[in-house]
Design a protein around this ligand. Structure first.
Ligand code: ASP
Length: 322
């Protein structure tokens, strides 16, 4: 009897602790440098989550190795809901790219729901002697072996998009990895690298102000934003089937209590309905998630589908890191 009472008291205490979650600030690890597209989504969403959870959201940038360092940090963090990960398509491409990935994408995380889908753009330094895709193709052909393509490391969206671009025109370029596309953009603006494929959430303003040259958008249809409406798709410029949009989702360490996962999922769903968040995302060409991938099980299922979709293509391209 005594034991039963004790067990009931313990359960009551656990439920009370859960009801209070979160009672201290939550850290969201962004596995890329500050100021880049993943960081931007996290900071905008963090503002909305703060309103929902009534707690501060701290963004911690853990860039490097295409996002795998930040993901590994969260996989090993306490499973209490206070350390979360906001990551993109790299969650699904890293398992094929890294021989020794320090975590298992499907079994080391609780899936909290997806956030958005974001198109990408092919951009170049402003001093490139090409003003459209046809001129870029000619410049690439006459400069083979000398072209630098920036990315955020193996497994980053910029790596994946750049890889598809090189494959589709059958030209190899020298890739220059950074801890995120924010520092890559700084070098592109400074003319130290030639080209980059990056999310519209990072490139729109630079394209609009003419600080970089834009050669195409990676969606099937042109985008309808002030900065990008005039930009042709890569497909209409001749790269048949070139269609890459990336996505972001949120994760917690495996073993995070279900009540905490549910609370975070509800907060995320509510945050994504915030008109201010939707307005900011749409202005940059991103689409806020509204379909069933807002659900935790559906999010995980989708990532599994993406792993199966990209894995063979990446392996066929012979891209590996130890
Ligand atoms: N999303 C970028 C990429 O994958 C990296 C970043 O967010 O900085 O290239």
């Amino acid at each position: 009897m005594k034991n039963l009472i004790y067990a009931a008291m313990l359960m009551g205490a656990a439920a009370a602790a859960m009801a209070e979650f979160p009672d201290k600030p939550i850290t969201v690890v962004v596995p890329f440098a500050a100021g880049g597209p993943t960081d931007k989504v996290a900071r905008d969403l963090g503002e909305m989550l703060r309103k929902q959870l009534n707690q501060s959201i701290i963004i911690e940038n853990v860039g490097g190795a295409g996002g795998t360092l930040g993901a590994a940090k969260v996989a090993k963090a306490s499973a209490d809901g206070y350390t979360l990960l906001l990551h993109h398509i790299g969650m699904a491409t890293s398992p094929a790219l890294y021989r020794k990935l320090p975590y298992d994408t499907l079994s080391d995380f609780e899936y909290l729901g997806m956030i958005n889908e974001v198109p990408m753009t092919l951009i170049g330094r402003s001093t490139l002697p090409a003003n459209n895709f046809a001129e870029l193709r000619k410049w690439i052909d006459t400069n083979k072996g000398k072209i630098n393509l920036a990315n955020a490391g193996l497994g980053a969206a910029s790596h994946l998009c750049g890889l598809l671009f090189q494959q589709s025109i059958a030209v190899d370029m020298t890739t220059v990895p950074y801890k995120g596309t924010a520092p890559a953009m700084t070098d592109l603006l400074g003319g130290q690298v030639d080209l980059m494929c990056d999310q519209t959430t990072n490139t729109s303003q630079q394209i609009e102000s003419g600080k970089v040259k834009a050669f195409g958008v990676t969606t099937a249809k042109r985008l309808n934003t002030p900065a990008l409406a005039k930009l042709p798709t890569l497909e209409e410029s001749g790269l048949k089937g070139f269609n890459v949009s990336i996505w972001h989702g949120m994760y917690a360490p495996k073993g995070t209590p279900k009540a905490v996962v549910d609370k975070l999922n509800s907060a995320l769903r509510a945050a994504l309905k915030d008109p201010e968040f939707i307005k900011r995302e749409e202005a940059l060409g991103a689409v806020v998630m509204t379909d069933n991938r807002l659900g935790t099980a559906e999010h995980k299922k989708f990532v599994e589908t993406e792993i199966n979709k990209w894995g063979p293509a990446i392996k066929a391209a012979g891209q590996y890191a130890d």
